[in-house]
Design a protein. Sequence first.
Length: 316
Amino acid sequence: MKTETTWILLLNYNGHKDTCECIETLFASNLKLFHILIIDNASTDNSLINIDNWLESKDIESSKVSYTASSEMFRTTSDSISNIALISSDFNNGYASGNNIGMKYLLKHASKKDFIWILNNDTLVRPDTLENMINSYHQLENDGVALLGSRILNEDLSLQSIGDVVQNKNVKNEDNLEVEHICGCSIFFRVENFDSIGFLPEDYFLYYEETDWMKSIRQKGLKIFTSLKSEVIHKHAKSTGGAYSPLVLYYMTRNQILFHRKYSKGFTYIFIMLKLFFRNILRVFYYFFKDVKLSKPIFKGTIDGIMNIKGKQKIS
């Protein structure tokens, strides 16, 4: 029987320090059978050079791979074969696109029984995080698990998220909870499930893509769980400049509207759109007097959402 391997996807954009800190905690894992794919989303701060130099300082070899978005082609640019691959993309099309690049690469190399772990680069893991994740997945396979998430902690070890718990649903094993949605910073599943769950939607660029993905997965009758024993520390929103940066405010505002445009119907759709519109207008006026730089992305995000404008946009 082939031993199960975990393929860990770390998406990097101008965050080499966080990426290296995350990798260091992965190296300390109880389980060592994993590959790390570092997908660099066209960073502008020499991230790949810095990550490569850091790996060399640890005497760790890495494979170099380039990805051309227009042709969706991978090209190996080094002779070394390693459990760590540095994949450089020539275009940044957001969180979903970057992780999809990693999945396209591993689908050419991984076994059906292997695991995929989408892990934010601004996270830290405990030595038993991966071990507990795999144990939980094995426990849940007869319960129809498609995706498995972690208990997410803040840096002070307070609870950040366990996902949105499904009401009146539970599993006999108290270490796992069925949820509607898990935090996108830690998503775990088998390669063989990919045919059912597919790639992440790329319409959003940043935020809500995993919400959309998980909504579509549950609509197919598949299940999502949180492993309460698998703990991940998340430096919340650090990679995007903080929870109240113009970038975060724009995409969170616009993408919430895009999401409900896609999934809400009839009277519910009208009610939600009106609610979001008037709430956002109030937020625009609030931030106008507090910090005008923050009111503009909320206004633009509201208008772009109503106009169904998708993908990466210039935030001024």
